[in-house]
Design a protein around this ligand. Sequence first.
Ligand code: ZN
Length: 464
Amino acid sequence: MAAGEIRQDPDPVLRKVAKPVRKVNRQVRELLDDMLAAMRRARGVGLAAPQLGISRRVVVVDVGDGPIELVNPEIVHAEGSETAVEGCLSVPGLVGEVPRYRKVTVSGLNRYGRRIWVEAEGLLARALQHEIDHLNGVLFVDRALEVREALPVPRVVFLGTGEFALPTLEALYERCELVAVVTRPDRPRGRGLLTGSPPVKERARELGVEVLQPASMSDPEFLDRLASLEPDYLVVADFGRILPPPLLAVGKAVINLHPSLLPRWRGPAPIERAIMAGDEVTGVTTMYVSERVDAGDIILQKEVPISPEDTGGTLRARLAREGAELVVETVRLLVRGEAPRRPQDEGLATYAPPITAADEVLNWTARAEDVVNHVRALAPVPGARTTWSGRLMKVGRARRAESAPEGSPGEVVALTGEGFVVACGRGAVEVLEVQPEGRRWMPAADFLRGYHLRVGDFLGKEGD
Ligand code: ZN
């Protein structure tokens, strides 16, 4: 038997009561190292020495907050109870609902023989109880209310590029077998906004996941590599490239995460367009990818409210997190064969076109609430633009001015303690944060101290 190989039921060593360690010496430290390595290789959250064939009272646990090593561990306090699904590296293919204490305090020796106490709840408490059971020859199947076959962990290839895709990438890495990540090629630095490596590539590298960057999505070499990975599912989020028909046939399903409640806001800029339109609710949708962009059958949706304080930036971050959870739930349902499928109502479809340079320019003839929404939607990047005194000025934050002197659209009608008030087509807005050309973002009050903006000046004036 190879060193570090995990023993499986019905190996008799798993049923023996393990002996206490009398002295924590170098051998024990080497055992701890071997156990941690074996646990990580198997992607488990805990391991007990008998699982490596060594009948000694030593356990390691890591539920994601760093490794805990315990020699001669004992539960010295326990309270509450909680039933949840458990599996075991020594009982492959089975899972069961196991009642455990919800909170425990475990005392034991660390790798230097010093006594430590670990207070744990939730998953950590469960893992510690499971591993200590191993020291007494007890397996989770002995305690389980019912035992069933574990569903296979799905093999997933993730296709993504930008920041929005990162939470989904991380969730898939945690919950599935992420066999590769596909992202766009690197761009030479110093040319436009999207330079260097895509954020998804950087993170995938850190996680040690294979990265594919095909120049063309139809590249035969890329398609061959993809097929050889035998993925069950392709998951797409913030990818920025169209999938050609041969890709749609890979695996059991190709699904996409879209940051809107489809069929509303199909297209590349759903987050900005939702805020610009003054929507108070948006959401995330998972769907089957079809040849028509964002038109595939819906699997799951979750509503996400848009608060008046939200900007494009804050909403994007929240939708990215909500979307990652929705993708994990979607994959779980796909694996169980329980994923719903609901065609989109074409009659309700709206389109969210990309934000062009022209879209960034504030229209002061619009209603005050629309100007405010325009500013929110584009903050902090690219930022809503106007001009003042012949120079570019970006507006990062603005609110409706409740009462303001009359003025023509774009006219500065008042200076306040926090900024300045600009008349709109209907109503007026108070500008609170600006970025003058070539400068950083600054509170409008600071801007007023450094620049000579006056009542009667115009923003976005023709010819500016
Ligand atoms: Zn186990």
